[in-house]
Design a protein. Structure first.
Length: 295
């Protein structure tokens, strides 16, 4: 009824701004776009050797966890990663397994870290996606650089952004839910906490005592606990793999869970969503879901 299909469709070329807005943004539908970034120098240049040469000793922010889950529910807490400042070449040593660590490392700081921490690399991609900027009438709020180990997993969540996710090397594996699946996806409130490294190298979880509780999804969509969350059996997840040279349009308010191949490199562009009727419908659905649970 919502015009939905059972798989994420492919476009063999980037659309015109008007076409993209009418066919994909306005109806809030994802797609995988081929040949949209084939002109990027990064596709050929971003080898480990090149990144060492260009970024090398520069100190960058790296998310470190004991289990690969940053910003996720663990031991009845919403646990955020340790944000470790380290030379980029040391991080590459760990990704390339030249140095063995029991922990999981992921460059994933979502503060427009490509432009803020890795400006040396911007010339190899684009500061914006021109047809998207024209379609939405705005520039991206953030451009993020992602590089990490295969054990790094992004837990199920949603964002208030129109997201163009571009894979430069490797593969990203997405599990997606449309916003209309909200009644079947559990949210609970959790005490926020952060991983901190003890003197012996082990991690401890430290509560952020002054922070408000965080609403988050406790369910693992790859291994859902249907006894505890039976409603999730009615949800209809979509799965897709975005390969090197491809771009995923991930619409605002779509739930997504992400895995990756080891050493996968990606760049994504976050454009602020329009807080229009789509947003109002989602808020209504969210409020009705909470009201039904109270009853």
């Amino acid at each position: 009824e919502l015009g939905w299909t059972e798989s994420v469709p492919y476009l063999d070329r980037p659309p015109s701004p008007l076409e993209f807005y009418r066919e994909w943004v306005s109806p809030n539908k994802p797609c995988i776009i081929q040949n949209a970034i084939s002109h990027w120098p990064a596709l050929k240049k971003w080898t480990s050797a090149y990144l060492r040469e260009v970024v090398g000793p520069k100190v960058v922010s790296v998310a470190v966890t004991p289990n690969g889950y940053a910003d996720a529910v663990f031991q009845d807490r919403f646990v955020m990663p340790e944000e470790r400042q380290m030379p980029f070449m040391d991080f590459l040593d760990i990704v390339e397994k030249k140095v063995i660590s029991p922990n999981v490392f992921y460059v994933q700081k979502q503060c427009s870290n490509l432009t803020e921490e890795f400006p040396e690399l911007v010339c190899d991609v684009q500061p914006e996606i021109p047809w998207m900027s024209e379609a939405l009438g705005k520039k991206p709020d953030a451009v993020n650089f992602w590089l990490g180990e295969s054990a790094a997993v992004t837990s199920l969540h949603k964002d208030h952004y129109e997201n163009l996710y571009c894979v430069v090397s490797g593969e990203k594996h997405f599990l997606l839910h449309p916003p209309s699946d909200r009644p079947f996806i559990p949210y609970e409130l959790y005490q926020p906490a952060t991983y901190q490294v003890s003197e012996d190298g082990s991690f401890k979880i430290v509560d952020e005592k002054t922070a408000d509780k965080v609403p988050w999804i406790p369910l693992d969509p790859l291994n859902p606990n249907l006894e505890r969350y039976p409603e999730y059996a009615q949800a209809k997840p979509l799965q897709c793999t975005v390969k090197a040279g491809e771009m995923l349009y991930l619409p605002s308010l779509w739930f997504h869970h992400v895995q990756q191949s080891h050493g996968c490199i990606a760049v994504n562009y976050w454009y602020d969503m329009e807080y229009d009727l789509k947003y109002s419908y989602y808020q209504l659905l969210d409020c009705l879901t909470k009201a039904v649970k109270v009853l």
